[in-house]
Design a protein around this ligand. Structure first.
Ligand code: PMP
Length: 396
């Protein structure tokens, strides 16, 4: 037995030597500006709870009520015996919110990419994909068996070159881009990519996981931000970030969404999201439709924190969204920085990101800003970042 798995011990030793073995922290409280992490109460800059909805009273009440009405689990795959009225209601509301014809609600954002990409392209087709697209897009592309062609990050000229040279050799073509890139916080040139794809008859898909609830009018997302409502063929989203709950969404033209509903294996062969999660998502859509207050607070906090970090002397990279990388370069320094933040009084929870998630020499701390942060929280965060920055010689 020991011999059979000695390769795992060797792999672990290898990961540890490179500082790449992931330590998973244990959370002991609901997600908010402050959280109990590994038994210590710390200021949270780590989660994707952009609007502070993960522990919002209205979402919790809605989930609790749904458990009373529907029970805890649908006990079925949606296409067989499990599409609740609530699932359809959420899909209709999400479609309306995004200004598209239809939407399909699946188990997660990761799942949405596994569901949508292989439904749209297969052997004999081609996918044009940004070099820095999310892992769930990369895996969805591989699952599809289509030919994968990578263009340089956010580089429309390179995308045009790759498309022009290759599009004629394949049956169908699909371009996929993240809307907001999760490690740098930069935004895809969606308008130019759309125009390029229109010219070459390429289908378009954007993963808006970090743009929903953040960009566009009242958080309607990146497509709304660029004024392209209803034009992108497929909009992928997650309900686990700004919406504060769980689940993924595939939205777009009715014909396309109907096709994905017929073909997507995670929809056809995996059980449905619970009524409680679905009801909480419905409450999140209600909140976003009723008021832009949380989205405005998120942006006010983002501007304040970024300006504070810049004034302190930190390099916050190219981000134009609430994702705030604090560029450090060296991976060991980033790990040390994160550990010191956590050990400070008060402690700050912000994780280091290094290779292979980002290129060698581009290690960073990633601070995620939320509408749940008060001005006082942000000031506390800025003070602790500056203290650790000075101690480690990152700033003067
Ligand atoms: N797409 C992108 C761009 C993401 O950043 C993430 C989450 N890290 C996902 C998809 C997956 O979303 P979920 O957590 O809902 O599976």
């Amino acid at each position: 037995m020991a011999d059979k798995f000695s390769w795992i011990s060797e792999e672990f030793a290898n990961l540890e030597k490179q500082g790449l073995r992931t330590a998973i922290r244990t959370i002991g409280s609901p997600c908010g500006a402050w959280m109990v992490v590994d038994g210590k109460k710390v200021l949270n800059f780590c989660t994707n709870n952009y609007l502070g909805l993960a522990n919002h009273e209205r979402l919790k009440a809605s989930a609790q009520q749904a458990v009373g009405v529907w029970g805890v689990g649908p006990a079925a795959v949606r296409s067989i015996a499990g599409t609740l009225e609530l699932h359809r209601q959420l899909e209709e509301r999400l479609a309306r919110f995004k200004g598209v014809e239809d939407a399909l609600y699946v188990q997660s954002g990761f799942c949405a990419n596994q569901a949508a990409i292989p439904a749209m392209v297969g052997k004999g087709d081609v996918i044009f994909t940004d070099r820095l697209n999310h892992a769930s897009i990369i895996d969805g592309c591989r699952l599809s068996s289509a030919t994968i062609m990578v263009y340089e990050h956010c580089d429309v000229t390179d995308a045009e070159r790759v498309i022009t040279e290759n599009v004629g050799k394949f049956r169908r073509a699909l371009l996929i881009t993240d809307g907001v890139f999760s490690m740098d916080g930069d935004v895809a040139p969606l308008d130019q990519l759309f125009e390029l794809c229109e010219r070459h008859g390429v289908m378009t898909m954007v993963d808006d996981a970090h743009g929903e609830g953040v960009l566009g009018h009242g958080g309607r997302g990146i497509v709304d931000h660029f004024g392209l409502n209803g034009k992108f063929d497929l909009e992928i989203g997650t309900l686990s970030k700004a919406f504060g709950v769980m689940g993924g969404v595939i939205a777009g033209h009715k014909l396309v969404v109907d096709w994905v509903r017929q073909k997507a294996r995670p929809f056809l062969f995996s059980s449905a999201v619970t009524a409680a999660d679905t009801a909480a998502c419905l409450a999140a859509v209600d909140l976003l439709e009723q008021s832009t207050e949380l989205v405005e607070k998120l942006w006010e906090n983002t501007r304040y924190f970024k300006e504070g970090m810049r004034q302190a002397g930190f390099d916050t990279g190219v981000s134009i969204t609430p994702i705030t990388p604090i560029m450090l370069g060296d991976a060991t320094l980033a790990q040390q920085f994160s550990r010191r933040l956590f050990e400070s009084t008060p402690g700050v929870f912000a994780m280091p990101i290094g290779f292979p998630t980002v290129p060698q020499g581009k290690a960073r701390i990633r601070a995620m800003i939320s509408a749940a942060h008060s001005r006082e929280d942000l000031d506390t965060g800025l003070e602790v970042f500056a203290k650790v920055g000075r101690e480690l010689g990152v700033i003067g």
